[in-house]
Design a protein around this ligand. Sequence first.
Ligand SMILES: *[C@@H]1O[C@H](CO)[C@@H](O)[C@H](O)[C@H]1NC(C)=O
Ligand SMILES: *[C@@H]1O[C@H](CO)[C@@H](O)[C@H](O)[C@H]1NC(C)=O
Ligand SMILES: *[C@@H]1O[C@H](CO)[C@@H](O)[C@H](O)[C@H]1NC(C)=O
Length: 350
Amino acid sequence: MSAQSAPRQRCALGQAVAVVAVCLLVVVGTYFLSSPAAAGDGETEENFSDIWRRRRSSADAGPRDDLEAALRGAAYANRTLILSVLNRAYAEEGGLLDLFLRSLREGEDTEQLIAHVLLVAMDRPAFLRCRRLGGVRCYHLPAAMDGADLSSEQLYMSHGFISMMWGRIRLLGEVLNHGYSFIFTDLDVMWLRNPLPRLEYRAEQEDLLISADNFNGRPDDYAGNELNTGFFFVASNNRTAALFDEWHAAREVSAGMKEQDVLNEMKRHGALRRFGVRARILDTARFSGFCEDSRDAREVATVHANCCRTMRAKVADLNAVLAVARRRLNGEAPSELRWPAHLECAKSWR
Ligand SMILES: *[C@@H]1O[C@H](CO)[C@@H](O)[C@H](O)[C@H]1NC(C)=O
Ligand SMILES: *[C@@H]1O[C@H](CO)[C@@H](O)[C@H](O)[C@H]1NC(C)=O
Ligand SMILES: *[C@@H]1O[C@H](CO)[C@@H](O)[C@H](O)[C@H]1NC(C)=O
């Protein structure tokens, strides 16, 4: 190679680099211009290979949006899944998210359910922690509601607490509109046994199965039982979709009320009847909580840290519940179930 040709080669190389760079700029620029959703749809963590893969899949009649894709990934063939929501405080190490997943891993016939759980993160730190866990499905809810910072612990009935509750109702309404039925569970509900068979759901005959703080013994008496929205099953149909629409819309006229109280208020005014929603109350013997402990060791499926104000207290008292549950699974505990007293939760109100 002559000494002369070297500068020419360098020049040609320089041109090629410039051309490639311009092309890249055009491609990248085109992408962001043509796809404003990429910046606003909440899933900003994706890299280009993810984005192209998604675009390709939506080109051949794939999911109609990100939510659809997430729901489809988690659901059983009958379009049913398990949903929960979390924020940064719930997702902290040793927090409610960890306890919830531990209950699923250690529970009776519950580990297989993890593949059907979709964890909806209300903020970015929660989403990142969720993804780091591995083996669980995480979805980042687009555009946090009202621009409020919902990532810290939301004390019972604080503004942030209420705001997060409403965001959750909007999300659940959208899930119904997408044609998916689901069990909604708060993260402070421990799944000790597979609740699916214990729901005894009668398809086509029931729309809403919902827990109660205290159970008056009459499952069809939804008027006489105070509904608890920490654990429920809802079937997707036009009756339940209409109920959730109205529930979320009621936010406007329910300042300072939490969504659970609003639903109970709607119920008292006949909303379930008006929409034809067929509801059944879940017995606390199977779907229990700190308000009313289950006494049935052979039947209890879930334990909710209701009647408790702070997250710290919930974590402490739920840890005690899991310890008892593990001993029982190992055959060490007597069949008569003795729950530990929920001391921290009792103190949390003072
Ligand atoms: C980018 O996408 C590839 C291919 O899907 C994936 O293996 C990788 O983990 C992704 N990286 C990040 C940072 O998400
Ligand atoms: C959906 O299918 C799963 C798995 O077969 C089953 O356990 C569950 O009970 C079904 N759900 C409904 C609502 O029918
Ligand atoms: C649901 O659909 C049925 C049949 O199309 C209709 O008769 C009923 O009024 C609808 N219910 C609600 C609450 O929209």
